[in-house]
Design a protein around this ligand. Structure first.
Ligand SMILES: Cc1cc2nc3c(=O)[nH]c(=O)nc-3n(C[C@H](O)[C@H](O)[C@H](O)COP(=O)(O)OP(=O)(O)OC[C@H]3O[C@@H](n4cnc5c(N)ncnc54)[C@H](O)[C@@H]3O)c2cc1C
Length: 500
């Protein structure tokens, strides 16, 4: 059956939810709040980071000269007290609307970024902002300077290479690539920034076939804390290049431009299956075995929507036609012994498929977290953990395939052996925040009890107790060394910064 009608989670408009989920019936997001825990030391066998940085100089003190900086910028410098401030400081997650930066600089050139660092490094906290979708509001630091790179948004495709400004949004990236007949595996939300997404890895509906977004990075232009502009690639600043591929946004420097290797844009078939109440454990059990055995052309996720009973749906994307996909989907429904109440299968071109998954661009107010599984876990336990928690979703995104090709220490992205990431997402307001945070904490503990460990840095969660090992595993020590090399005075410090 070919239908576009899809059911959203009760209480959450489907498009809004899918946007948060990041992937239609697919991926999702997470951010949670709470006390930040100091990072534990992490052992490593990683290669030593070579030192080529200039010796650290003493940073200036005292407040920045904002008028001087404003006069140097091509873009604006917006400070509290003007009407534009409330809008200029906004990120995607409304829960952090109370963050009040001391200034928001809109950088339109590399020189603008350099001027910001020169004026403010050491004097105030500095955070780059690309799409502003940090789950934890880390791109809008309280009392700090936001360096908004949204104006650096070119998408220039030449042959198989795409040069993309650090402020480009995914919708513009996809449109630019599609015009040139090229593709880049990336996330789903149209307004997520290419910078945050790439620096943390970049999981999307083409990941099993083509890998993570960061796996396609061939070089990046980075302004470091001392104002130098470096090119990071396999041949130039290789430690930095390693760290930029999964080490997380906000660390090491401000990226102004990425160069990616792209692939010819494929035709795709998207799908969505809704399963009847009561079948969630069977479907999840079968899904875990199924996704592990699937060809990389197939990407899928499974969403458990908490409540009584827990609801379950599976969605995804296939690099190929409907006939081949239907055979694979029948395999899942047979093994799950569950007949979907709704089955959507739809062939689209590359851009059409990216739009199918994109959802709405409305801002959301939420808390979230994540865990990673490397092998099938007890499905009944996962379902039990969401039982009765109306509004809470678990978004289980299949990994493996091309994601598993590089070694775990080949780039900073640690979870090469993952079967899936599991995102925990729940809407939250200032009023419900405490209660929701507690519930998410319980779910995360329940996931750990079921055998899920690790976490995805792009679903950054200030309340995740073991966050550094969870995000980075044995790569954490090398990341700390790279951070100390390129930002010796920790100008880019933040709550879950690699050196925090
Ligand atoms: C609705 C929604 C859907 C999502 N879907 C997906 C998905 O499908 N797949 C996926 O993998 N993730 C997804 N995510 C998570 C997303 O990848 C992360 O939130 C990511 O960090 C957002 O990047 P950004 O540039 O939009 O955010 P920002 O808030 O601008 O930045 C995030 C972090 O990166 C830093 N940063 C920003 N720009 C730069 C720069 N130029 N140089 C250095 N550091 C920088 C910031 O300081 C901050 O710490 C989704 C998130 C949301 C809210």
């Amino acid at each position: 059956m070919d239908s576009e009608h899809d059911q959203g989670r009760p209480g959450v408009p489907r498009r809004a939810f899918l946007r948060i989920a990041g992937v239609s019936a697919a991926g999702a997001v997470v951010a949670a709040c709470g006390p930040e825990t100091p990072s534990a030391p992490v052992a490593s066998t990683a290669p030593a980071v070579t030192s080529s940085a200039p010796p650290a100089t003493r940073l200036p003190t005292g407040p920045p000269n904002w008028d001087e900086l404003r006069s140097q910028l091509t873009g604006d410098l917006i400070r509290p007290g003007v009407d534009a401030y409330a809008t200029a400081k906004r990120g995607f997650n409304q829960l952090f609307d109370g963050n009040n930066p001391v200034a928001v600089a809109t950088a339109q050139t590399v020189q603008d970024v350099q001027a910001c660092l020169k004026a403010a490094a050491g004097r105030v906290t500095i955070a780059a902002r690309s799409g502003g979708h940090s789950y934890a509001g880390y791109s809008v630091p309280e009392g700090g300077l936001v360096v908004d790179v949204a104006g650096l948004n070119k998408v220039d495709v030449q042959g198989s290479k795409a040069v993309i400004g650090a402020g480009a949004k995914l919708k513009d990236v996809y449109a630019g690539l599609a015009r040139a007949g090229r593709a880049l595996p990336a996330g789903s939300c149209p307004t997520v920034g290419i910078a945050g997404l790439t620096l943390g890895g970049g999981i999307g509906v083409l990941a099993r076939k083509y890998g993570l977004t960061c796996d396609h990075l061939s070089s990046a232009q980075v302004v470091t804390a001392d104002g130098r502009t470096l090119t990071a690639s396999a041949d130039s600043e290789p430690d930095l290049f390693w760290a930029l591929r999964g080490g997380g946004g906000g660390n090491f420097g401000i990226v102004t431009e990425f160069t990616f290797d792209t692939d010819p844009a494929p035709d795709l078939t998207v799908f969505s299956l809704h399963f009847p109440a009561g079948s969630a454990a069977n479907v999840l059990g079968a899904w875990q075995q199924w996704i592990a055995a699937m060809p990389p052309e197939l990407w899928a996720n499974l969403v458990l929507s908490g409540g009584a009973p827990v609801q379950c749906r599976v969605g995804g994307c296939y690099v190929g036609g409907a006939a081949g996909l239907n055979t694979l989907l029948n395999n899942l429904t047979t093994n799950a012994a569950a007949r979907p109440t709704q089955r959507v299968v739809k062939s689209l071109d590359y851009l059409g498929a990216m739009k199918y998954f994109e959802g709405s661009s409305n801002r959301q107010s939420f808390l979230a977290s994540s865990r990673i599984i490397t092998a099938p876990v007890d499905a009944a336990k996962l379902v039990a953990v969401t039982d009765g928690r109306a509004g809470t979703d678990l978004l289980v995104d299949g990994l493996g395939g091309a994601v598993a090709a590089p070694a775990k220490d080949a780039t900073a992205f640690w979870h090469r052996d993952a079967l899936a990431s599991i995102q925990v997402y729940a809407p939250a307001t200032a009023k419900t925040r405490g209660k929701v945070a507690q519930s998410i904490g319980e779910v995360v503990a329940g996931l750990a009890d079921a055998g899920a460990a690790g976490g995805y840095v792009n679903y950054i969660d200030p309340a995740l107790p073991d966050w550094k090992t969870a995000y980075y595993g044995d790569n954490a020590k090398r990341l700390e060394d790279v951070s100390k090399k390129y930002d010796p005075q920790n100008v880019f410090r933040f709550g879950q910064g690699v050196v925090s």
